[in-house]
Design a protein around this ligand. Sequence first.
Ligand SMILES: Nc1ncnc2c1ncn2[C@@H]1O[C@H](COP(=O)(O)OP(=O)(O)OP(=O)(O)O)[C@@H](O)[C@H]1O
Ligand SMILES: [Mg+2]
Length: 514
Amino acid sequence: MVESPIVLEVRGLTKRFPGVLANDHIHLKLHKGQVLGLLGENGAGKSTLMNLIYGLYAPDEGEILVNGQAVAIHDANDAIRLGIGMVHQHFQLVPVLSVTENIMLGNESLRDRFFRFLDKKTARQRIVDIAQQYGLQVDPDALIQDLPVGVQQRVEIIKALYRKADILILDEPTSVLTPQEAEGLFEIIESLTAQGVSIIFITHKLKEIKRVCDTVTVLRLGKVVGDADPHTATSEELASLMVGRSVLLQVDKSDAHPRQAVLQVERLNVLDDRHLPAVREVSLEVRGGEIVGIAGVQGNGQTELVEAITGLRVIQSGLVRIDGRDVTHATPRTVTEAGTAHVPENRSKNGMVKELPITDNLVLQTYYLAPFSNNALRFDPAIEENAQALVTQYDVRTPSIFAHVGTLSGGNQQKAIIAREFSRNAKLLIVAQPTRGVDVGSIEFIHKQIVSMRDAGTAVLLISTELDEILSLSDRVAVMVGGRIVQTLSADELDRERIGLLMMGSVPAQEESA
Ligand SMILES: Nc1ncnc2c1ncn2[C@@H]1O[C@H](COP(=O)(O)OP(=O)(O)OP(=O)(O)O)[C@@H](O)[C@H]1O
Ligand SMILES: [Mg+2]
């Protein structure tokens, strides 16, 4: 096979932040029509590198070449002019505007003079054409707020293509997608590359690297540590290249020894943001010493169920009891004080205060208690000692415990939340999507911690859209479809295919489970 030409090359690219060498003389080559996978631990410097290529940061050293020419990229407009598009992990769409309006909006600042008068009808037609050409199904008139995440992502991709991008950067595009949506994205990627678009694809999921990438470059501590052939390298090899040691990709656990019930949910009914029923007649029990997994395609009421239990959402009817105490209409603080730890699904909304240092974030619910305070005064040495211990134990990569959480890499923010919640000796641990955006080495660690908390008697409620994660951790699995628990399976009934079918609603539900 003749090698296709190099469309993008990075030579000696270096970026320093205070106390961190985020990118250390990086070399990278992207070939036309290929997918280059970028793999690396949390904080390895992947997003920083992409932000340099897209003009969001200025490099301290090194150069970027597009089609063999050294280029200066001062901002995103420069990048776009050079045919580089980027889909950020947090989409930058306006919820109340339509798909067409969002795509046009992005273009105005760029070439106002020519496009200001371009009417919506022409734009709409171009969007329809692009969508057709690359198999990106989307309704150009739909409002963004009515679209599922996977479709919003397609809008972001169309937006880049609309601006004539032929180099596309996808930073952890699958971390917010359901497995079905991810598969849809892979088909889109195939259609894009077949038509000459070149893609940089960041993920922590080794299976995805093998599924879509032509080549892989691995970063560690800001440096390129090697390239791999995704077709021949095993997941174990990729993991150890990335982490620098061998990683246990399976969970090691013994049988559960459940004790008395810690969480009791009875006939719970909850509405979603649009006031439509989201949780219907859900009854559920989690005992100390067991992990109960909730499997389900995203959007089937799991989010609302957790919000209701943790006091973040109003309960219409039913009952929630934690450790024997009625917390049905309790505030989040009361639920916490009843012995609940919660790793929320949406970390940027409910998990952390980005403008505050790590120290404060690690005592967000306990700052007013001993040893962090004596009622009147904050005791900083204890708060700092706590932060230092947790950052070390949970391997949160940061130059300092005083760094603001917003400067941490995505996966390290998640590790910080996990550290805070897991360290609270809770009776009930509710974890939603615990390993989203987290590297394989840290997944191994987090999974071990969940199992050891179970073994110490904690009741664990696990919500995850990753069926693998549910299957490898759970002692029992409740499958949620359309707001109902359609079936609860015990450890000896856990069968991947069966749960998959139940999740799709294609197996008739048995008696409603208690
Ligand atoms: N704006 C910033 N200010 C200070 N430090 C930063 C900033 N952005 C990134 N860093 C630091 O640079 C390093 C690399 O971060 P980066 O976000 O590139 O990692 P990553 O490989 O994308 O990780 P993840 O897999 O967790 O997303 C980290 O140590 C991070 O704390
Ligand atoms: Mg990142």
